[in-house]
Design a protein around this ligand. Structure first.
Ligand SMILES: Cc1cc2nc3c(=O)[nH]c(=O)nc-3n(C[C@H](O)[C@H](O)[C@H](O)COP(=O)(O)O)c2cc1C
Length: 176
């Protein structure tokens, strides 16, 4: 096994991918070899000494390719729990954050076998002008929570950096 960290992500509109790139950058600054890949491209976890995963929440669930990835590697993740970050709230409204924390608790309840070494919720990014079918149709429905929601980017790069630095320290400790 090489001493390499897998950083695998799912992303529909690219904001989680950009966070994953930032996380990979901080891991590398800390001397860790990070391999950044979309979950759809990862076949084998054996070459990696640790796994960090990132995925956004959509309609109260993780994206489908992320869910399939977790299911495919359940045995490996039960033996070696991954670190996970997830994106969701797109504004700084405390009620929205609390709602997403509740959603995240429900998401995790579907994976009783999953016990992440660390789990962090980061703000996400929303741009109604970039939505594709079916998301744009959904956002157009007056009853949708996305209806009339303004564009925003709630990603806190300092928080992302701090979380990653803490995780890098832990990974380096495990290496030594
Ligand atoms: C159609 C749609 C549904 C969403 N549903 C949720 C949700 O249920 N909970 C949440 O916290 N965020 C939700 N979001 C916000 C996304 O998680 C956020 O925009 C994230 O940054 C998207 O990641 P991506 O750019 O990597 O695809 C939703 C966004 C869209 C466009």
């Amino acid at each position: 096994m090489e001493d390499k960290v897998l950083l695998a992500y799912a992303s529909k509109y690219g904001s989680t991918k950009e966070v994953a790139e930032a996380v990979a950058g901080v891991l590398r600054e800390n001397g860790l070899a990070a391999s950044l890949q979309p979950v759809s491209k990862v076949r084998d976890l054996a070459p990696y000494s640790a796994v960090v995963l990132g995925a956004p929440i959509y309609l109260g669930s993780w994206l489908g390719d992320f869910r399939r990835f977790l299911a495919r590697h359940q045995d490996a993740f039960m033996k070696r729990p991954p670190a996970i970050f997830t994106l969701g709230p797109t504004h700084s409204d405390p009620d929205e954050w609390q709602g997403v924390r509740n959603q995240l608790a429900q998401v995790l309840a579907k994976y009783p076998w999953l016990n992440p070494s660390t789990l962090e919720l980061f703000g996400g990014k929303y741009d109604p002008a970039k939505l594709r079918i079916p998301d744009n149709l959904l956002a157009a429905l007056p009853a949708s929570p996305l209806h009339g929601m303004r564009a925003s980017d709630a990603r806190d790069w300092q928080a992302i950096r701090s979380w990653t630095q803490k995780m890098a320290k832990q990974l380096l400790l495990e290496k030594s």
